[in-house]
Write a protein that binds this ligand. Structure first.
Ligand code: HEM
Length: 364
């Protein structure tokens, strides 16, 4: 911990080593949702998923999600995401990736692989998007409540789905929805500014890994001390809440030299970077969807390579912990190897990055 925050505010950790230590320490728990409420709305769902539970219950629920995800073939996920994205971009017209692709393709592909019938794909994508918007905001969820019912009906195909299965599938789809959209958008926000021959120098995996470090869609998470503990060398009393700033830790110069520079070459050797980025969390409960998310996003991004930003101004959705573009328009690049007129060159992008002008850390 670098400084004491003002009294009454949650303490924020920003050093990579401190954040990782808390994520690995069993004395720190996730803020839990109340036990599953009767019914099948958002209050029930929040009380039934792995994300908001701890201890043995968490272990059991997490294993169920991982069982579902481990059974998926990442090659097939990637191919399907690439083909569906290619179909959306075909024709060369200007396309808003966030409206047409970033949620629809990954969530739609994943939902059908997890048992949603093909003819209910679009309905379920809309339901998952509504549930995701309500997931972290208990109490403000009438649209989310109805959406849980839509997913249950699609999964059960006329029968009530088994509650544990519904919670595992809903939890996975919700977690996948906004975060994967953010990774799609944040990757393309950089890559679609570059001449195609430059972005083609790096494997898609390296582009995604560096985006997860440099501009992570999930920017922070929280933990509560179950007992008196220490974090970042400072005592933390039982009950205190810690804000773990994943985005800041990903730019810790002790781990990532020249941290504000977007440089996929850091990850050429794989998931490296001297300790690893924290874009998927770490420790006791890292994201179980990493392999799935990377396969789906790689498919989308590789279909979009060769397209360029039609509008360099990218607005972002308002959110305290997610960084997801609200709009991102792509159009077909007519020429490759040339810097598109009106867009910054690679050098300009790096200058922007180095100056921190485009840094997510500058966001309130
Ligand atoms: C690029 C996309 C994604 C990113 C950046 C991301 C990031 C994260 C992070 C940082 C956490 C840990 C939160 C914490 O420690 O408090 C997490 C948890 C989780 N993620 Fe992901 N995620 C992504 C996609 C997915 C996908 C595709 C799935 C499922 C198919 C998924 C399922 C989950 C689940 C179930 C949890 C809760 C795990 C638990 O608490 O045990 N995520 N994710």
């Amino acid at each position: 911990m670098t400084a004491d925050p003002p009294a009454g505010e949650d303490r924020r950790l920003t050093r990579h080593a401190d954040v990782r230590a808390v994520l690995t320490d069993p004395r720190f728990l996730v803020p839990a949702a109340p036990a599953a409420q009767p019914g099948t709305g958002m209050a029930w769902l929040r009380g039934a998923v792995s994300r908001f539970s701890n201890g043995a219950e968490h272990t059991r629920r997490r294993a169920r999600v991982m069982g579902l995800l481990d059974a998926l073939d990442p090659v097939r996920l990637r191919r399907e995401a690439r083909e569906r994205t290619g179909a959306e971009l075909a024709g060369g017209a200007r396309v808003d990736v966030m409206a047409r692709i970033a949620r629809r393709v990954p969530v739609g592909v994943l939902a059908t692989r997890l048992g949603v019938p093909e003819d209910r794909r679009e309905e379920v994508v809309a339901a998952v998007t509504a549930m995701a918007a309500a997931y972290h905001a208990p109490g403000a969820a009438p649209a989310g409540d109805a959406a849980v019912g839509v997913l249950a009906a699609a999964l059960g195909q006329g029968e009530e789905p088994e509650p544990g299965l519904l919670a595992a599938v809903a939890g996975a789809l919700i977690q996948a929805c906004d975060a994967t959209a953010g990774l799609v958008g944040n990757t393309l926000a950089v890559v679609a500014r570059l001449p195609a021959d430059l972005s083609a120098q790096w494997p898609v995996e390296a582009l995604l890994a560096e985006t997860l470090r440099w501009d992570p869609p999930v920017r922070l998470t929280r933990r509560v001390a179950a007992e008196d503990a220490t974090a970042g060398g400072v005592p933390v009393p039982a009950g205190a809440v810690l804000v773990l700033d994943l985005a800041a830790a990903n730019r810790d110069p002790e781990v990532f030299p020249d941290p504000h520079r977007f440089d996929p070459a850091r990850f050429r050797q794989g998931h490296g970077g001297g300790g690893g980025h924290l874009g998927f969390g770490s420790g006791i409960r890292p994201c179980p969807g990493e392999r799935t998310a990377l396969a789906l996003t790689a498919g989308v991004v590789e279909a979009a390579l060769g397209h360029r930003l039609a509008d360099p101004e990218i607005p972002y959705e308002p959110s305290p912990n997610l960084r997801v573009p609200a709009r991102l328009h792509l159009e077909c690049a007519e020429t490759t190897g040339q810097i598109p007129a009106g867009l910054p060159s690679y050098t300009d992008v790096q200058a922007l990055v180095t100056a921190g002008a485009d840094s997510p850390l500058d966001q309130p």
